[in-house]
Ligand binder design. Structure first.
Ligand SMILES: Cc1ncc(COP(=O)(O)O)c(C=O)c1O
Length: 397
């Protein structure tokens, strides 16, 4: 080994503010066990188990055959931006123009670009708990301060304007809303969402709505707060094709926002990733313009699985779960399994993986300490096997 290889690299302060995504950590550990030959049931992955629909794959293959393999404009092709605006209009009744749209390398990238463009040192970002892991890290990385708003699991993790209001200060810059929520599956009802929007607008706080799971609702009709009259000026939509069209690996997301903000985010993107993959952009255009029938098919399957998972979890003594109203995650309280030295969801998840060979994500990743996240974007057979193991693990049999 050369002396250079042994040395510790001196890193910038900002990189020490964040940590590796916990969901990725779980995936890596489950993978390690699997490579050792252990039969792991994986409830960690937040991605559809369905294949990308055929028409989308065909569009990508046609793009390659036609040599559509070069740089595109940084913020995406004109046809894809138009397709995003049109789909958003058709689904939610909004009226975005392509100049108010940019295509990003997954929804995560849209959120990262936004934080870098609007959050400065000490700016406060309101984040309801439980929250998707990435928000906290991208806000912190940008120099912002996370201000968490607790919700109550006994009330289905329902978020209200009244709960948010006391947390607003003169430093509040952005409010993040994620409905349906990852990890709890909670869905904001439309009237409350409107009240929250009114509150944010009145207090001069921009609202980012993460619409990643917006098409996966079990009871309500799809809705975007950006469709409210006048809301476009104060709202940023972070969108993604990853879950809606089972396209996690294609890495296509988008932002809808006032043009000046899109221009700022585009400036950053022009020096980082440049355009999202040209081939994926063709596939995404087909996803948005082509038949939409894969969505209700997936939703019907997720509903069956949700019902099964909730029923099984509620049958385990001491376990409670608020019924998920959207997305494909269950977020049970498993404090009943805190014994034999286990005092946290992290320890619970580690032992569950090591002893029962089931991978889940501990609640600490999402800001709570007595829950685990179970992704039911997996087959009924796997759900049955995994829930048998969880039941045995918690009841100590
Ligand atoms: C709430 C939420 N927002 C955004 C994303 C980003 O997804 P992607 O970057 O794959 O588009 C995810 C992915 O898990 C998510 O759960």
């Amino acid at each position: 080994m050369t002396p250079f290889m042994q040395s510790t690299v001196e890193l910038a302060e900002r990189i020490s503010r964040i940590s590796e995504s916990s969901t990725m950590k779980v995936a890596a550990e489950a993978d390690r066990l699997r490579r050792e030959g252990i039969d792991v049931v994986d409830f960690g992955a937040g991605e559809p188990d369905f294949p990308t629909p055929d028409n989308i794959k065909q569009a990508a293959m046609a793009a390659i055959a036609a040599n559509f393999t070069k740089y595109t404009p940084t913020g995406g092709t004109a046809e894809l931006k138009k397709a995003i605006c049109d789909r958003h209009h058709d689904d939610y009744g909004t009226s975005y123009a392509p100049a108010e749209c940019m295509v990003t390398v997954g929804g995560k990238h849209a959120i990262f670009n936004l934080m870098q463009a609007v959050i400065g040192e000490g700016d406060e970002v309101i984040i309801p708990v439980p929250y998707w892991v990435t928000y906290k890290d991208v806000v912190t990385y940008a120099g912002g301060k996370c201000v968490f708003v607790e919700t109550d699991e006994r009330d289905g993790f329902r978020l209200t304007a009244a709960a948010i209001e006391p947390h607003l200060t003169s430093k509040s810059k952005l409010l993040i809303i994620n409905s349906p929520n990852n990890p709890s599956g909670a869905v904001l009802d439309r009237e409350e969402f409107e009240r929250i929007y009114q509150l944010a607008a009145r207090r001069g706080v921009r609202l980012m709505t993460d619409e990643c799971y917006c098409r996966f609702l079990y009871d309500d009709q799809p809705f975007s707060i950006a469709s409210m009259p006048g809301a476009k000026e104060n709202v940023v939509v972070a969108g993604s094709l990853s879950k809606t069209y089972a396209m996690t690996g294609w890495r296509i997301g988008f932002a809808l926002a006032p043009k000046s903000l899109i221009d700022a985010m585009m400036k950053l993107q022009s020096h980082t990733t440049s355009n999202p993959t040209s081939i994926s952009q063709k596939a995404a255009t087909e996803a948005l313009r082509g038949p939409q029938d894969s969505i209700p098919i997936m939703l019907a399957e997720y509903r069956k699985r949700r019902d099964y998972v909730v029923k099984r979890l509620r049958a385990i003594p001491g376990v409670h779960i608020a019924e998920p109203k959207g997305a494909f995650y269950a977020y049970p309280n498993i404090a009943a399994g805190f014994r034999n030295g286990i005092t946290s969801a992290i320890q619970f998840s580690e032992r569950l993986l090591a002893d029962a060979h089931v991978a889940v994500v501990p609640g600490e990743a999402f800001g709570t300490s007595e829950h685990i996240r179970i992704s039911y974007a997996t087959s009924m057979t796997e759900l049955e096997r995994g829930l048998d193991r969880i039941e045995r693990f918690i009841s100590g049999k």
